[in-house]
Design a protein around this ligand. Structure first.
Ligand code: G3H
Ligand code: 13P
Ligand code: NA
Ligand code: ZN
Length: 328
């Protein structure tokens, strides 16, 4: 059945677990997530970015979610808009059956310019007011994602802040977080503490200097009842880098967010953990392997099925690691 983000995260807070929010762009990713959820009895958050909506079409995505809910009636499904950038992208998601939207006002509409306080509060408050009339949940974001190592936003995949950012921008201020939640009435708050989107987050295994989990602990102390969200939370497993590179890929060595750091966050109010890159890599590794080992093959099912299975395996691992398993 469909569930809002608020309902799901309230339950997660009560029982002390976190919920991975997996991005989808197509049927294979939707089926892979649901197979994993079914196998371990976990509730799910499926999220679509604006790019995903353009790629798959809103109508196709909406019907796909209908189909997944019908196939797995016992699994609670929250359908969430990832990184909405204005009122219109949020409202049209609601019209297509999304039960939750992110209004990311940490950046201006262009997705590049860091926004000021008033812009972020005002647009997020407006979206929350509208969404709540329709029983839809809202995630806001305070602070800008980007690297504490380089000061750069995550531009590599075409979105994220442009230019050099200060530590002030890259780390959510706990006092401001309290004010932001009060003034906007968001159901969940995404915070910045050194993660960025994509595969290239850290040039070494992160420590507290470059992954500031202490910021989460401080925000949770001041906002014990607010559901916190970690973006850029792929772990970028070494095995997945190795498979991709073994079969012709060229990914320079990189580090993601270690699962144990996410588990530490879950102890301190983190309830939604956004993961896209790990699943992209899991699928791509298998597609590369099949095409390299069977160059005569051209039936997409021959490589998409192993790709789906690899994604299901990764999703199952995260459901188990975050304590989501068993809570459907
Ligand atoms: O926000 C980042 C997610 O990984 C979605 O990425 O905008 O390329 O679909 P995308
Ligand atoms: P990753 O790129 O680390 O998977 O992060 C995804 C994300 O935050 C989507 O909003
Ligand atoms: Na989101
Ligand atoms: Zn994100």
């Amino acid at each position: 059945a469909r569930i809002t983000l608020r309902q799901l995260l309230d339950h997660a807070a009560e029982y002390g677990y976190g919920v991975p929010a997996f991005n989808i762009n197509n049927m294979e990713q939707g089926l892979a997530i649901m197979a994993a959820a079914d196998a371990v009895d976990a509730p799910v958050i499926i999220q679509a970015s604006r790019g995903a909506r353009q790629y798959a079409n809103d109508v196709v995505l909406a019907r796909l979610i209908d189909a997944l809910v019908e196939l797995y009636p016992h699994i609670p499904v929250c359908m969430h808009l990832d990184h909405g950038n204005n009122e219109a992208t949020c409202v049209t998601a609601m019209q297509h059956g999304f039960t939750s939207v992110m209004m990311d006002g940490s950046l201006k509409e262009d997705g590049k310019t860091p926004a000021d306080w008033d812009y972020n509060v005002n647009i997020t408050r407006r979206v929350a007011e509208m969404a709540h009339y329709g029983g839809v949940s809202v995630e806001g974001e305070l602070g800008v994602l980007g690297s504490l190592e380089t000061g750069m936003g995550d531009k590599e995949d075409g979105h994220g802040a442009e230019g050099k950012l200060s530590h002030d921008q890259l780390l959510t201020n706990p006092d401001e977080a309290v004010k932001f939640v009060q003034e906007t009435q968001v159901d969940a708050l995404a915070i910045a503490m050194g993660t960025s989107h994509g595969a290239y987050k850290f040039s070494r295994k992160p420590d507290g200097d470059i992954l500031a989990m202490h910021v989460i602990e401080e925000i949770h102390r001041r906002l014990p009842h607010t559901h916190l969200v970690m973006h850029g939370s792929s772990s970028v497993p070494q095995e997945l880098q190795d498979i991709i590179n073994k079969y012709g890929g060229k990914m320079p060595q990189t580090w993601g967010v270690p699962v144990e750091e996410i588990q530490r966050g879950i102890k301190h109010g983190v309830r939604k953990i956004n993961i896209d890159t790990d699943n992209r890599m899991a699928m791509t590794g298998q597609i590369r392997r099949i095409l390299a080992e069977h160059p005569e093959e051209f039936d997409p099912r021959k490589y998409l099925k192993p790709a789906m299975e690899a994604m299901t395996k990764l999703c199952k691992e995260r459901f188990e690691q975050f304590g989501t398993a068993g809570h459907a």
